[in-house]
Every structure is written in C-alpha cells, then in structure tokens.
Design a protein around this ligand. Structure first.
Ligand SMILES: Cc1ncc(COP(=O)(O)O)c(C=O)c1O
Ligand SMILES: Nc1c(O)cccc1C(=O)C[C@H](N)C(=O)O
Length: 405
C-alpha cells in the first residue's frame, strides 16, 4: 500500500499544487471538506488589501481596487466549476442566508403552493431555514426519505431543496433526474452544492437546475467563514424577487432613492455591503481552483477515494463504510461507522492525520484533490490499524469533547 501510494504520488499531475498551500509536510489534511487550508497567495493578498487598499487608499478602493464588483467577479470564476454561465453566480452572505433568499423567491414564483420538500438528515441548516420560514407561516416543510422523494412531489410542492453530496455519507444525488422529476411536478429545485463545488462534476445548466447555493470555505479554500455563493438560472433572472432587499441589490445603490428596485440578474441577491477582507481571501482560493479546472480535480478525487476505500476494506475491515461503493455515486469523501469513531478521530489527529467526527458514530475524511497525497491516504489506513491494534484510542484525553466537534 505504501509503495503503491508513492508510485501514484510520483505520477500525480496535481502533485506540485500542494506547495501552493501552507500545509506542513508532516500533516495529512483530510478535512478540506469542512475547512479548506490557507493558500499561500492569500497571505500576500490580505497584506495588500489591508496595508495598501484599506490602509492607504481608503474609500477610493471601492473604485480603484474594484471592491464593488468582487461578488460578481468571484461568482464568474466559480461558474465553470459548476456548469453555470458567469453571470448566473454571485458570492454573497452564508449558505444559510442564501437558502433563505432563494427558497423565499422560489415560493413567490409558485403561488398557491407552500411545501418545501427535502430529506430527513439533510444538513441541519437547510432544514432549519425551511423551519424559520414555516414559523412565519410562509412555508410548510415536508421530508421524504431518499427513494420516496419523487413520489412526494405533488401539486403542493413549490420547491425541492436537496444537498447534492450528503455531508455525512457522501452519497450523491442524480441532479438531472431529480430536477426533471421536480419540474414534471411543477416545482422548482434548489441544490446545496456545499460538498460538491471543486470536487465532483456539477452541471447546473445541463441538469436544468433552477437555483443553487454553495460554501466558500470548503473545497474552494476561501477561509474560515468565507462568503458563500448563489446561482440563479438565467431564465429566472427577470422574475426573481428575494425578501432581503438591501441597498447593494438595488438597481442603482448610489442613487439613494426611497424605493427599492431590484438590480438586474443575480446582482439582486446582494443585500448589504460585502465583507471585503473575506471576499479578497476567497478570490485567491477560487483562483487557485479555477486555474486547475474541474476535470483534473474530479479525476484525482475519485482516484484518491478509491485507493482509500480499497485499502480500508483490506486493512481495517471492522470499520463499516457508509459511503456508496460506486465512486460515480459519491462525493469526494468517505465515512465509516464505528462505536468509538470520536476517539479514533482524536487519536488520528494526535498523529497529525486530520479527519472529522460526525455524531453519533461516523469517522469522515475528505479528499481535496488540490493538495491531498496518496501517501496521506495510506498513512490514514496504516495508522488507524495501529491505533486499533494498540488500543491507543482508549486514552482518556481522546474522549474529551470541545464545543466544536
Ligand atoms: C451541506 C451544507 N449546507 C450548508 C452549510 C452551512 O453553510 P453556512 O455556514 O455558510 O451557512 C454546510 C456546512 O457548514 C453544509 O455542509
Ligand atoms: N462551518 C463549520 C464551522 O463554522 C465549524 C465547524 C464545522 C463547520 C462545517 O462546515 C461543517 C461542515 N459543513 C460539515 O459538513 O460537517
């Protein structure tokens, strides 16, 4: 396994990209699906934005550094990674807030229908945002298990809200098929691409998707709490009305008029002033990924996860894999169930192998193809074997839980 990993690393066309990140050589970072690492270019960029653009040029930077168009510029760079046109994507707010805006907009486009359909076990914020709208009597949540979603699409459903790659299991929905099923039932579809963008093939235009949102701080390496992005298919641009009608989404923000008029296209999704420091950091992360392009990222992601799945099956068979076996049906991650998954995860972290734990009993690792090495994956498997064989996971400190797990 170790020799094979070394051979695959030697042949890896993306191998030298790891050097673009500030990750120590002895760290196997398998948690980029939760927080991407720091691109070295981000340090220099933030230095420039703080010292020159903000520190020296002050308010002029809205024009001279084009701060004002950062949300559109970043959106346009994300677009090719998700099969969208550049003017259909914008960076703004958080995934949660963008879900609120787009579910509200979609409900308004389907008068007489109130149901927002999703699945139980979806990422919590997606469901919580529906429940927030429900508490204002604006929506009605309906949950259907996978396999029963199509049957639950009736004439009351306004919006289908699904996460393309499941955060815990990595299971990936067939975007084109479910989008078609929703449209056949007269509903609109909002895809949460938080665990997809930059790691798996996504073709929003090809699938006929209506809306999408996604995270900036995972595979896009935008930094902790980086802005999210939102996609609106061009055919909906004219009709889209979202309730967070702040001045930055106005057609003429600097006309300072009393009445709201939405900006053209996705610009109307903006609400307040963009966080320029975070946006600047995000642009570096997105640039790095856009320079590689989605095809090599997807190819390496599948290869890394297949290498790891097979090695785990062989060397650590007592961990039950809960991710789909078919790489075309899962995201860029693998998860295993084990009674002591939390302690195993802590023991791995102590050995500088960072994955994460998802309650109640899942050990999860992500394969961010821009910097993960096959050697990191081989190390995960061999160290996990050792941690189990030696019983090291039973050390009392590995059972202690922080506020964030
Ligand atoms: C699928 C999914 N949706 C939404 C979020 C949350 O996004 P935000 O923190 O930007 O609201 C996450 C991760 O935090 C996620 O995994
Ligand atoms: N956004 C996070 C945070 O602020 C703290 C800890 C974790 C996160 C995450 O992103 C979790 C992640 N979405 C997940 O899939 O579990």
């Amino acid at each position: 396994m170790i020799d094979r990993a070394a051979k695959l690393d030697a042949e890896d066309p993306l191998a030298e990209r790891r050097d673009l990140f500030a990750i120590a050589d002895d760290v196997a970072y398998l948690d980029g699906n939760s927080l991407g690492p720091l691109p070295k270019a981000t340090r220099a960029r933030l230095g420039e934005v703080v010292d020159k653009e903000w520190g020296e040029d002050l308010i002029a930077s809205w024009n001279t550094a084009d701060w004002i168009h950062l949300p559109q510029r970043i959106g346009a760079k994300i677009a090719p990674l998700i099969g969208a046109r550049p003017y259909e994507v914008i960076a703004a707010d958080s995934v949660s807030v963008n879900i609120f805006k787009l579910v509200s907009a979609a409900l308004a486009m389907r008068p007489g229908r109130k149901v927002v359909l999703s699945e139980p076990g979806n990422f919590p914020t997606d469901l919580y945002m529906i429940q927030g709208l429900e508490s204002q009597d604006l929506a009605e949540q309906r949950l259907a298990e996978r396999g029963e979603i199509e049957a639950a699409l009736d004439e009351d459903v306004a919006v289908l809200l699904l996460t393309h790659v499941h955060y815990k299991t990595g299971e990936m929905f067939d975007m084109a098929a479910l989008t078609k099923a929703a449209h056949d039932a007269g509903a609109l579809v909002l895809w949460d691409l938080s665990h997809s963008t930059g790691a798996v093939p996504v073709d929003l235009n090809g699938a006929g998707a209506d809306f999408a949102v996604g995270c900036g701080y995972k595979y896009l390496n935008g930094g902790p709490g980086a802005p999210a992005f939102a996609y609106v298919a061009e055919r909906h641009h004219e009709a889209l009305r979202q309730p967070l009608s702040g001045w930055m989404g106005h057609a003429q923000p600097f006309a300072f008029t009393d009445d709201y008029a939405p900006a053209p296209g996705v610009d109307r999704l903006l609400c307040g002033t963009a966080p320029i420091l975070s946006m600047s950091a995000m642009e570096e992360g997105v640039d790095l990924m856009a320079a590689i392009g989605i095809a090599p990222l997807v190819e390496k992601s599948r290869s890394l996860s297949e290498f790891t799945r097979a090695a785990m099956e062989r060397h650590v068979p007592e961990l039950e894999c809960v991710s789909p076996e078919n790489p075309a049906r899962r995201g860029s991650q693998l998860s295993w169930r084990h009674e002591h998954a939390y302690e195993l995860c802590q023991a791995l972290i102590a050995r500088k192998i960072t994955g994460d734990f998802r309650a109640p009993d899942v050990l999860r690792v992500g394969f961010a193809p821009a910097y993960v090495r096959y050697a990191d994956c081989a190390r995960l498997v061999s160290e996990l074997r050792d941690i189990l064989d030696t019983g090291e996971w039973q050390k009392p400190e590995y059972a202690e839980r922080g506020a964030v797990t």
